[in-house]
Design a protein around this ligand. Structure first.
Ligand code: M6R
Length: 614
């Protein structure tokens, strides 16, 4: 989604802004722009459709001087991606410039009003409406820019993170947020602004996360001032970032996605660190222990998430029901938030989100909170909006995930859900000691099994080339492997643009089997234990119709090897932990097919890393 960077300090702003935009590229965007105030107090705006590199080429011969500026990457919502709709947007008099993430829902009403006051618009965006409104209020009420921004935001319905600069005022950036993240970085005599911490980390680790409806007034040589939209002054909460720069770089890998796939053994170790004892006999999850009473009397768990996080949630649902004996339902956040769901005070809502900023999941959290449920968050990004909106939670500790396709965050989410299952099962006294010890011990061996599975990289790279012809793929699994089939299909479609569907293997006969022919690759997760024999029968059904079977099997399996076309062997593990290990070949398969097809793996078309609009 859109990205914001801002700088005010003693250095040249442009290189810092451009570097910041590059750091935000992973979020997904279609155009980029920058606004700078130079020594003569001119306000220069340069913007273009395309990548940040296109912006750099466009601005090469222009005046990019100045020690204050704001910059933006746009992911189109209102109006197609083109030069005019790109941000920053000037006000009518070209004395103000604004960048904006989010959606102004009542923009057409505001626009109509401004048109009647002789304001004209060059773009189709809601953002231009906001900057014109700010200028109109400033001019007609004879107020300063801060007051004009506060009054304008008071009229806005929707979501926003914004930054505004003013011609002739090289000492001021005004920023504000509502339902769209914004971070202020505090350096030595310099200030940064960004929609997440990644552009800031190399300059400072001191940050202020703005809360909803807060405005940051950033003035040269002064501490940032935080107010509400109603101009009530707030005490800034300065926090320390724990991220480091190397986590934001590719470290020799051709893509972030591949780097993140290979990071998984380490991320799972980090996720377990301090939570599982060395002997592998005990799980301590403070989020559960601190809220023990809530989990003891929980009548039901509702899991809310989107995309990959939803798939992890489905695995969590299977585990929590099996070992904690609590009824669990799983919801797409976008459906849950709008369908007036029945929520009881003894419900626990688990919100799962890598970014912690997904608009629908955040709204689902707020809805469930307003109905009295206890909300538990599983987030990756520390300090994110969802992590702050929940009553308790556990971070996944996967480190920054830059590739748009979620990989290490998925396995870290499943690991946290496993730890939660063990901790809740123990607190409730419903998990048998045997299951508790066996699963805890086996979870500890998962990173080593992932390392072994990663050795399949070259094999998968080689045979993935065979499938670049395919227009469709089917992914099948049963039990814990069914959510993994959904996840495998999602990975393939989002980065290779090949149509792929995941199904519970037994559902084949109820429709999808009609699609099977010699052209159709079917990925079947057929690991040992669980419903292995039944999955073998499903493979026979596919082969009888001449489908091409790519099977993920347990090491040493001879039966499936015999009947499938391609076989990938993964180490044996506990049934509920198979998705952690078997996710790797599915991620690699999608990755190498996409690479062979020449796709933009880290920033696939139309996609955004954190979906901050609904
Ligand atoms: O940040 P979140 O986990 O809330 O994001 C949810 C989905 O947008 C995300 O998982 C998406 O489906 C990924 N592109 C999948 O790879």
């Amino acid at each position: 989604m859109c990205g914001i960077v801002g700088y005010l300090g003693n250095k040249e702003a442009y290189p810092i802004l451009i570097k910041g935009l590059h750091r935000l590229e992973y979020r997904g965007y279609d155009s980029a722009g920058v606004a700078l105030i130079n020594k003569n107090n001119d306000l220069n705006v340069y913007k273009t459709r395309g990548k940040v590199a296109d912006l750099e080429a466009f601005a090469e011969s222009k005046d990019t001087s100045g020690s204050i500026g704001i910059a933006h990457t746009r992911w189109a919502t209102h109006g197609e991606p083109n030069n005019v709709n790109a941000h920053p947007h000037y006000s009518q008099s070209e004395t103000l410039a604004l960048i904006h993430n989010g959606i102004i829902e009542n923009y057409s009403v505001l626009k109509k009003e401004l048109l009647s006051k002789n304001y004209t618009f060059s773009s189709r965006t809601d953002t231009e409406v906001l900057i014109q409104l700010i200028e109109y209020i400033k001019e007609s009420n004879h107020v300063d820019l801060v007051t004009a921004v506060q009054l304008a935001l008071g009229q806005v319905v929707g979501a926003y993170a914004i930054a505004v600069v003013e011609k002739g005022n090289p000492d001021l950036i005004i920023a504000a947020r509502k339902s769209s993240p914004l971070v202020v970085g505090i350096g030595d005599g310099e200030y940064f602004l960004a929609s997440d911490a990644s552009p800031i980390i190399e300059y400072t680790d001191k940050v202020i996360y703005l809360d909803d409806e807060e405005i940051a007034i950033i003035r040269r040589h002064e501490e940032p001032k935080i107010t509400s939209i109603e101009n009530v002054e707030k005490t800034p909460q300065i926090q320390q970032l724990s991220m480091n720069l190397s986590q934001l770089e590719k470290g020799g890998y051709p893509h972030f996605m591949l780097k993140e796939i290979f990071e998984q053994p380490r991320t799972i170790r980090d996720c377990m660190s301090g939570r599982v004892n060395v002997e592998g006999t005990h799980v301590v999850l403070s989020g559960i222990l601190d809220n023990k009473e809530k989990f003891l009397k929980a009548g039901r768990i509702i899991i809310c998430a989107c995309g990959t996080s939803w798939h992890a949630g489905l695995i969590g649902m299977y585990m929590l029901e099996e070992y904690c004996r609590i009824p669990v339902v799983i919801e797409y956040s976008s459906e849950f938030r709008y369908r007036n769901p029945v929520i009881y005070p003894d419900d626990i809502v688990i919100a799962i989100s890598q970014s912690g900023e997904t608009a629908d999941t955040l709204a689902a959290v707020e809805l469930a909170k307003s109905r009295g449920a206890f909300i538990y968050g599983i987030c990756n990004v520390v300090g994110s909006s969802i992590s702050r909106a929940t009553h308790g939670g556990s971070y996944t500790h996967a480190g920054p995930e830059i590739g748009v396709a979620s990989t290490k965050a998925f396995t870290a989410q499943v690991s946290v859900l496993t730890l939660m299952t063990l901790a809740i099962g123990k607190v409730k006294g419903v998990i048998s000691e045997e299951n508790y010890l066996r699963i805890t011990k086996e979870l500890q061996s998962v990173p080593a099994k992932m390392e072994k599975t990663l050795l399949l990289n070259d094999q998968i790279k080689e045979f993935s080339k065979i499938f670049t012809y395919a227009k469709n793929f089917i992914y099948l699994g049963r039990g814990y492997n069914y959510p993994l089939a959904l996840e495998g299909a999602l990975k393939l479609k989002e980065i290779s643009y090949i149509h792929a569907e995941g199904y519970p293997a037994a559902e084949m006969k109820h429709g999808p089997i009609a699609l099977i022919d010699t052209e159709m690759p079917v990925v079947v997760i057929a690991t040992k234990k669980g419903m292995y024999e039944k999955v073998v029968s499903n493979i026979q059904e596919i082969k009888a119709r001449k489908g091409k079977v790519i099977a993920i099997v347990t090491e040493g399996d001879e039966i499936v090897k015999e009947i499938s076309d391609y076989c990938i062997e993964v180490p044996l593990t506990e049934e509920c932990l198979v998705p952690l290990v078997a996710a790797i070949p599915l991620q690699l398969l999608a990755y190498y097919i996409a690479v062979t097809k020449g796709r933009d793996v880290d920033q696939p078309r139309n996609l955004a890393k954190s979906v901050t609009v609904e």
